[in-house]
Design a protein around this ligand. Structure first.
Ligand SMILES: C[S@@+](CC[C@H](N)C(=O)[O-])C[C@H]1O[C@@H](n2cnc3c(N)ncnc32)[C@H](O)[C@@H]1O
Length: 292
């Protein structure tokens, strides 16, 4: 089985300072890449995952490694962390990790339509409990709102042009799949878009994923709730992958939590060697906080 490569794993382990029998919350379990290493060091982990399929994969992987004894799986949204820890032994913990975004498996292989690279229904919901799909959004909201969402969540320069094309086309036929949307965006943007470095649909897809899954709202609510769970000297590590997320983490660290100390002033970034081996790590930024 091919698994997601954990990003900044060495840095995570070094800064979490895992101790035997210590308690840790992995807010974004994914393929359990980070969790497995915490378990191997003797830590106990509560693994939160919003996506049922991902949780099942992680549980199977942890069992295969014989490490299930100290692992507690939990299906849920990390925004509800204050409630999710109820009736568990993780109401006070030594460390918390967020590794935001999506796993390679989710981007490449699942049928939820997160990526423009594989054909799938334009859904993007990590959990079926979320009501609104990406198709609902592109086929219903006004041209102005669509342009605003694309611009605000992805800094897309051609947001107006893309929104106009979507609205014109959906009047003829609803946009239902990832490829339909990606092709439409490609046909409406200049052939030398970003000098060919990224596909013209990259930014619009990012914006839709953020909106459908309320990524920013989840993080804003979760960080202060999580901070309440840290034991003295407990650490919280947040790895983010785009500037909107990093801004939320930075602001959180700035003033909202006087009892938290910044362990590093500037976010850590992956070593060149890691980026060469795992290009998806290139935009990672790690911020680290410690409970006073
Ligand atoms: C980048 S992956 C984590 C990869 C993991 N650290 C590893 O090394 O295998 C992020 C995971 O967080 C999950 N996720 C995203 N938003 C979430 C949320 N609000 N609550 C819980 N899990 C979430 C995604 O479904 C995905 O599986």
């Amino acid at each position: 089985m091919k698994y997601h490569k954990p990003v900044m794993l060495d840095e995570t382990l070094a800064h979490l300072k895992v101790v035997e029998e210590g308690k840790y919350i992995d807010m974004t379990l994914g393929d359990a890449g980070h969790t497995l290493e915490i378990l191997k060091k003797g830590g106990k982990v509560l693994g939160i995952e919003i996506n049922e399929d991902a949780l099942r994969r992680a549980q199977a992987r942890i069992s295969e490694e014989g490490l299930e004894k100290n692992f507690t799986p939990c299906l849920g949204n990390f925004r509800d962390i204050d409630k999710l820890v109820n009736s568990t032994e993780f109401a006070k913990v030594n460390g918390i990790l967020y590794d935001l975004g999506y796993s390679s498996y989710q981007l490449d292989e699942t049928a939820i339509g997160l990526s423009f690279q594989s054909e799938a229904p334009l859904d993007m919901r990590l959990s079926k409990e979320l009501g609104v799909t990406a198709a609902d959004i592109v086929n219903s909201i006004s041209e102005k709102n669509l342009a605003n969402v694309i611009r605000e969540y992805s800094d897309e320069r051609f947001a107006n042009r893309i929104a106009k094309a979507i609205v014109t086309n959906r009047d003829l036929k609803k946009i239902q799949t990832t490829k339909e949307l990606a092709e439409l965006i490609k046909s409406e943007t200049p052939p030398d878009y970003e000098k060919g470095r990224i596909h013209p649909a990259t930014r619009t897809f990012q914006a839709l994923r953020i909106l459908v899954n309320d990524e920013i709202g989840n993080l804003e609510l979760s960080l202060p709730r999580a901070a309440q769970l840290l034991l003295p000297s407990g650490r919280m590590i947040v790895i983010s992958f785009h500037s909107l997320e990093d801004r939320v983490v930075k602001q959180f660290g700035r003033g909202a939590q006087p009892q938290l100390i910044k362990v590093v002033e500037k976010p850590l970034e992956p070593e060149e060697q890691e980026v060469a081996l795992n290009p998806r790590s290139r935009s990672a930024k790690m911020r680290i906080f410690e409970k006073a």
